[in-house]
Design a protein around this ligand. Sequence first.
Ligand code: IPM
Ligand code: MN
Length: 367
Amino acid sequence: MKTYTFAVLPGDGIGPEVMEVALEVLKVTGEKFGFNLHYKNADIGGIAIDNHGLAFPDTTKAICEKSDAILFGSVGGPKWENLPPKEQPERAALLPIRKAFNLYANVRPGLLYPQLTDASPLKKERIPSGIDIVCIRELTGGIYFGQPKSTQTLPNGEEQAIDTMVYQTSEIERIAQVAIDTACARGGKVCSIDKANVLETSVLWRKVVTNYFKEHAPEIELSHMYVDNAAMQLARDPNQFDVLFTENMFGDILSDEMGVICGSLGMLASASLGANSNSLGHPFGLYEPSGGTAPDIAGMGIANPCAQILSAAMMLRYSFGEQEAASSIEKAVEVAVTSGTRTGDIAFGLESVDTASMGAAVLQSLA
Ligand code: IPM
Ligand code: MN
């Protein structure tokens, strides 16, 4: 029987509670589709600061290196909020792990089932059949990582800070390919988002994207949009997009906007795919829910586990090549939620269930 090896990094807040449910769903899926799952737990984020003095310890890195994928929970919380920004769990765990594993492609599906349109702040008539879009965000370049990046005191005593936005052709081309692959498996449309009326990096981005698509995917319908307009269009008519495709910081902002129009963050999964292949010949990747640690409800057993379950499904699809198993988990979540089993974040007047019961409903739909 096939065995897939992955690292489990539950992290902080609701991370461990929802992870437990996702692992159960993976186990049952493996039994159904004929594969074994072998995983090792490791600390990341705040709990790693507490236990090892660092948000992303070497011991955790070593466990990830021996794996074919990382299933990630979430990091951060009030306990670590007073640390200097660079040492806080989110930044000190997420940015180095992305860099360490070259996770350059962030895939965030923005999915809102038609039965859940109440969850969206958008008017129902704008999204009569829900929302179904994907954001592809470049994740290891741009202003997040560009050098110089520093703060210094000027001769006149003022402080000055510098971030540098930098992109090169190869970085743009490899993420363009991810946008193409994603669009091919969906509606065949890509909207590339930039600020080419102002930024040099965006002028290059638009040129490289245009040429790359012309040469490698002429069948894809490519359009371009400025990021300020894209933010408006997303709120006005999200389904005009199929695949939104953009650089690191624009993607950070737009994917959060996408999250809010899709209703509950408790439903949104994500994949961060690496440049390197794993031992199975598929992309090494990190899979994490978009929602964060939700400290207000952590430990209460009422968090929505669906985003973590759907992230596990993405791991099966991208890093293990188990398309059918992934789809069956996605279907099971949809059936469970749309037939009325819902945690508080998506209940809207229906009786709400706890984390374990939500997981049980997904397992039941999986059977
Ligand atoms: C995200 C987060 C991170 C980012 C932060 C926590 C460093 O907001 O994954 O979108 O900005 O990329
Ligand atoms: Mn973000």
